[in-house]
Design a protein around this ligand. Structure first.
Ligand code: FAD
Length: 337
C-alpha cells in the first residue's frame, strides 16, 4: 500500500489548513484499510479517515510525532447495472460523488443532478447526508456496507496477515443509516467505516430537462465557488424552522424560511451585517455570509475564532444556537479515532 511519511495536511483539504502528520496511508482495498488500522494500532498512532477533505479542518501545528491519516481517495471503484426501471450503482467509499452524478445522467437518470458540483467522496456524502437543491443522498441510497474499528482493533497485524482473519461486514439498509439533515448513523457513531454504497437512480421521463438543470446548477455553483477557492463550503448547518421554539420563531420574518421548513443561517448572518466579515486570514464571503474562505494564510485558530464569534452573534440577536457543518479535528485525534 502506498504510504506517505510526513505529508502536510493542508494539501489534502479544500480549506488548505493543516500541519504535517506522521503518516498518511492510501489503501485501495478493504484488506489494505484493515492493515492500515492495524499498523496504527501496532505503532500506537491515533488515526482519522479522510477522503475528499471538503468538510474537514485540521490543526495547523505539526502533528508529525504521533498521528496518522487513512486517506480513502484511492479506494474508488464503480459498477453499474441497468434494469427496466433505472440504474443500480455500486461504489467504493472513496469514489468521487461527481463521478456518480455524471454516470447516472449519462445512463438516463437525473436523480442526482441536484448534487451537481458538491465536492468530495460518496463515503463523505453518506457520513454527512450531503444535499443541495432539494436532493439529499438519503433519497438515493439503498444499502451501505460498513466495518467497525472496534472489531478490527480486537486483532493484531501479525495474526491478520498470517491467518487472514475475517472482519465482520455489516449491511445497513437506508433506514438503518438514520439519515437526518446533514447527519447519519456514521456521524453519530465514529466506530463505523463506510466501505461500499449501493444507489438506485430511476430513469427520467425528461432527460433533456435534467441535463439543462445540471448545466444551470453548474453555472450557479461555479460563480459562488470559483476554481482554487480555499473553502469547506457552508460553515454552519441551516436551521429547521420546526426545531425552533415559538419564541425563536417569532423573531424570524416569514419570507426567510425556504423549501417549507429551512431557515438558511446565511440569512441570519446577512441580517447581522456579517457579509465579508474577517478574522485573521478567514473571511465570510461577500456574496454568502455562511461560506467560509481562507483568503490569506488562515490558521485553525482563525477558523475556530470565526465559528465562536458567529455563534455568539446569532445567539445574542436571535436566541438560536447554530452548529458547524464542517468538522474541526482537535489537536489530538483521540486514541485510535
Ligand atoms: C466548495 C464546497 C461546496 C460544498 N457544497 C456542499 C453542498 O452543497 N451540500 C453539502 O451537503 N455539502 C457541501 N460541501 C461539503 C462537502 O462537500 C460534503 O460534506 C462532502 O460530502 C464531504 O465529503 P469528503 O469526501 O470531502 O469528506 P471529508 O472531508 O474527507 O470527510 C468528512 C468526514 O467524514 C469522515 N469520513 C469520510 N469518509 C469516510 C468513510 N468512508 N467512513 C467513515 N468516515 C468517513 C471523515 O473522517 C470526516 O470526519 C461543500 C464543500 C465545498 C468545499
Amino acid at each position: 500500500m502506498f504510504t506517505q511519511i510526513n505529508p502536510e495536511l493542508k494539501n489534502y483539504n479544500t480549506i488548505k489548513i493543516g500541519g504535517h502528520v506522521q503518516t498518511m496511508f492510501w489503501p485501495t482495498s478493504k484488506v489494505e484499510i484493515i492493515k492500515a488500522i492495524l499498523t496504527c494500532k501496532k505503532d500506537n498512532l491515533p488515526f482519522v479517515f479522510l477522503a475528499g477533505g471538503s468538510n474537514t479542518v485540521f490543526p495547523d501545528e505539526d502533528l508529525d510525532y504521533n498521528q496518522a491519516v487513512i486517506n480513502l481517495s484511492k479506494f474508488d471503484q464503480v459498477d453499474f447495472l441497468l434494469n427496466d426501471q433505472g440504474i443500480l450503482i455500486t461504489a467504493k467509499a472513496g469514489t468521487e460523488l461527481q463521478t456518480l452524478i455524471d454516470l447516472s445522467l449519462e445512463q438516463g437518470s437525473g436523480t442526482m443532478v441536484g448534487l451537481n458540483r458538491v465536492p468530495g467522496s460518496i463515503g463523505g456524502a453518506i457520513v454527512g447526508n450531503a444535499g443541495a437543491y432539494g436532493t439529499e443522498i438519503k433519497d438515493i441510497v439503498t444499502v451501505v456496507k460498513a466495518i467497525r474499528r472496534s472489531d478490527i482493533l480486537k486483532i493484531d497485524l501479525e495474526s491478520f496477515i498470517l491467518s487472514n482473519e475475517q472482519i465482520p461486514l455489516y449491511t445497513l439498509t437506508n433506514l438503518d443509516c438514520h439519515f437526518t439533515y446533514r447527519h447519519s448513523e456514521f456521524k453519530n457513531d465514529l466506530d463505523w467505516i463506510v466501505l461500499e454504497i449501493e444507489l438506485f437512480c430511476p430513469f427520467s421521463s425528461d432527460i433533456v430537462a435534467d441535463q439543462k438543470r445540471y448545466d444551470e446548477i453548474a453555472t450557479k455553483r461555479d460563480a459562488v465557488y470559483p476554481k482554487g477557492f480555499a473553502s469547506p463550503g457552508s460553515l454552519f448547518k441551516n436551521i429547521l424552522f420546526s426545531d425552533l421554539t415559538a419564541e425563536q420563531q417569532a423573531k424570524i420574518p416569514q419570507g426567510w424560511v425556504v423549501y417549507g421548513n429551512k431557515l438558511p443561517v446565511g440569512r441570519l448572518l446577512e441580517e447581522l451585517g456579517l457579509k465579508g466579515h474577517s478574522i485573521g486570514g478567514i473571511k465570510m464571503t461577500d456574496r454568502h455570509p455562511n461560506i467560509m474562505l481562507n483568503y490569506n494564510q488562515a490558521s485553525f485558530d482563525d477558523a475556530q475564532a470565526m465559528v465562536k464569534f458567529l455563534q455568539q452573534r446569532v445567539k445574542e440577536e436571535f436566541g438560536i444556537e447554530i452548529t458547524p457543518e464542517v468538522r474541526f479535528l482537535p489537536n489530538n485525534f483521540g486514541e485510535f479515532r
